[in-house]
Design a protein around this ligand. Sequence first.
Ligand code: TXA
Ligand code: MG
Length: 308
Amino acid sequence: MLTSSIDIAVAALRRGDLVAIPTETVYGLAADASSLDAVRRIYVAKGRPSNHPVIVHIAGVDELVHWATAVPDWARSLADVFWPGPLTLILPRAVGVGDWVTGGQANVGLRVPGHQVALEILKQSGLGLAAPSANRFGAVSPTSASAVFEDLGPFLEVSRDLIFEGGDCAVGLESTIVDATSNQPSILRLGVITREQIEEITGLEVVESKNKIRSPGSLATHYSPRAKVHLAIVGSTGGFIGLAEIATPAGLIRLAAPADVAEYAHILYESLRRADALGLDQVVAIAPEGGGLAAAIRDRLQRAAASR
Ligand code: TXA
Ligand code: MG
């Protein structure tokens, strides 16, 4: 099931099989975006509701015309600057783009990944690749091939599907998603590319999205006080994640001591997985301060804290 051959990965994707591919953000579970049957198998392997849209990965900015129409000039400038890289653009879909990648919506999410392996596979296959993060629905995104295997292994077909061994993901957090379906940008998911960068390049103000994005796990907590309540259970075993400058609180196992915000992003998901592997009951994380990538990390920690 593991491979490090581009040719083998391309052949599998052309047959309609699944390949977990490395990108600079996280591993994606890829399939031929033009094939309903292939994309349906992603949903089954992930255990994901079928009305959720998936990002289509393309080989370069030249491919945009096959997937999207009405690309605003400002979105084109973002693509020119950040692709290949951790930016996803939501755009009106072109004719022929299947409901199975858009979740039945009129828009499609597109991204050129900044990773040599992913780019080679895209170029050699000539396909657009639908690829959500290569984890079971609701679980932590994988940043290594072994993390993909641990999480998805039992749900892939040994005789068909592949996991590409492409090392650790450099960024470690999913791409910044920008809604480019109106005349001003809005951010649907925070990532390593910041609001400030988007405003600088487009010369436009980033606004609240009018596009209703489906975001599971972000339900309002109507019945809680404004102050967030953390419940530490006496006698349970806990892990700790925080910048290196912050000491480990008594009784907790240090899971990570990143030196800076970039390293925090890089090790976050691996540390959360390790907490599970160690059988810990709770994780205490001190979120980094500041905007940009620090805000993206806080966003992911909030979601991790809200689930289960
Ligand atoms: O960094 C990433 O973006 C990774 C790597 C593999 O590229 N992919 C990733 O995919 O995080 P996924 O499916 O786990 O998250 C994609 C997000 C979802 O929240 C989905 O709702 C949103 O993108 N999305 C995709 N297509 C969309 C569309 N047409 N309209 C609105 N939201 C969309
Ligand atoms: Mg995901």
